[in-house]
Design a protein. Structure first.
Length: 370
């Protein structure tokens, strides 16, 4: 019994103590810290897509140039946006069914009674092998005068991620800060969604932070599209091409007129030119013998008797021999004039190519007669 009363009194005492504690107001030993409202913060980036160059006839194999423009919006609690990565969606499905976004649809009825048809461009479900990245990166982005180098990661089949080195720093409220350009190629005659002649593409920030405290991220996305020109289906028209294997029919009209006039005029003139060589050999023998005897008779004492004897014996023997020889040598001069005129006219008309060679050699013989 004593144990029971002791137990009950303890229980009652405990209850009394607990009741007093509950009824007494609780006081904090530390002074209360007043709560103040924090300043609002916001981070926004701006990204847009356009096309710097598009082929005039845009179809499979065409190379187009994409331009991504980067900027920053209003930043509360900070001054700049730092961009480390930008992504690009090559080809995006236009619409899809809720519950099966890869199913094409134009209206809700295409998806069934409980699955509406929604736009899926901004989440960029792969539209199949329609466009391909072809690099050729150029950019005018820089950080403090240092050019930014962009590296493309193409490990995802429908997504290209461009990394900036160093990270791009864009001042707040700068809508157009710099551009990034690259090439894409159409690799199909049409896309695989409900817009077969349109390729939808997107671009957005993958890693972008404002210098707020704490840092806030920016996630912008923009969409664009490229049209695919209809490629005409060739219609083969059989146009026979005649290949002429010519049977060479040459119609050759050759008119060869050879007029040969040979006039041989021989004029023989005999000129008798006597050559007279006179040899005169006269033989004259004259013998003159004169004998003169003179006798004088004088009477003189002295008797002088001269005797003169003159003997003149001229002997003249001129010998003149003249021989007259008359030689008549006739000289005959023969003049022969031969005039030969040959005119050959050949006209050849062939259907394809005919070579007609006419060779005519007239032979004339002139025998002068004297």
């Amino acid at each position: 019994m004593a144990d029971l009363r002791s137990s009950r009194s303890v229980t009652v005492l405990t209850a009394l103590v607990l009741g007093l504690l509950i009824s007494l107001p609780l006081r904090s030993t530390a002074e209360e810290t007043p709560v103040t409202n924090a300043a609002p913060q916001a981070c926004s980036g701006q990204v847009s897509i356009s096309y710097a160059f598009v082929e005039e006839f845009n179809t499979i194999g065409s190379i187009d140039r994409v331009r991504v423009t980067l900027g920053a919006g209003s930043i509360q609690g900070g001054t700049e946006l730092s961009v480390q990565e930008v992504y690009f969606g090559l080809d995006c499905r236009n619409r899809g069914c809720v519950g099966n976004l890869d199913r094409d649809c134009l209206i809700d009825a295409d998806c069934g009674p409980d699955a509406p048809c929604i736009d899926t461009i901004l989440i960029c479900r792969d539209d199949g092998p329609v466009a391909a990245y072809r690099a050729n990166i150029t950019s005018d982005c820089d950080v403090g005068g240092t050019a930014v180098t962009w590296t493309a990661d193409t490990s995802s089949p429908n997504r290209v991620v461009f990394s900036a080195d160093p990270p791009l720093v864009i001042p707040a409220s700068t809508a157009t800060f710099c551009n990034l350009e690259f090439d894409v190629e159409k690799i199909s005659l049409q896309s695989n969604d409900s817009t077969p002649l349109t390729i939808e593409q997107i671009v957005g920030f993958d890693m972008a932070l404002c210098n707020t405290d704490p840092p806030l991220g920016a996630s912008g996305v923009s969409s664009g599209s490229l049209e695919i020109d209809v490629t005409p289906t060739p219609t083969f028209t059989s146009t026979p091409t005649a290949t002429n294997t010519p049977t060479e029919t040459a119609t050759a009209t050759a008119t060869a007129t050879a007029t040969a006039t040979a006039t041989a005029t021989a004029t023989a003139t005999a000129t008798d030119t006597p050559t007279s060589t006179a040899t005169a050999t006269p033989t004259a023998t004259a013998t003159s013998t004169a004998t003169a005897t003179a006798t004088f008779t004088a009477t003189s004492t002295p008797t002088h008797t001269p005797t003169a004897t003159s003997t003149d014996t001229p002997t003249s023997t001129p010998t003149n021999t003249a021989t007259a020889t008359a030689t008549s040598t006739p000289t005959a001069t023969a003049t022969a004039t031969s005039t030969a005129t040959a005119t050959s006219t050949a006209t050849a008309t062939a259907t394809f190519t005919a070579t007609n060679t006419a060779t005519q050699t007239p032979t004339f013989t002139a025998t002068p007669s004297f």
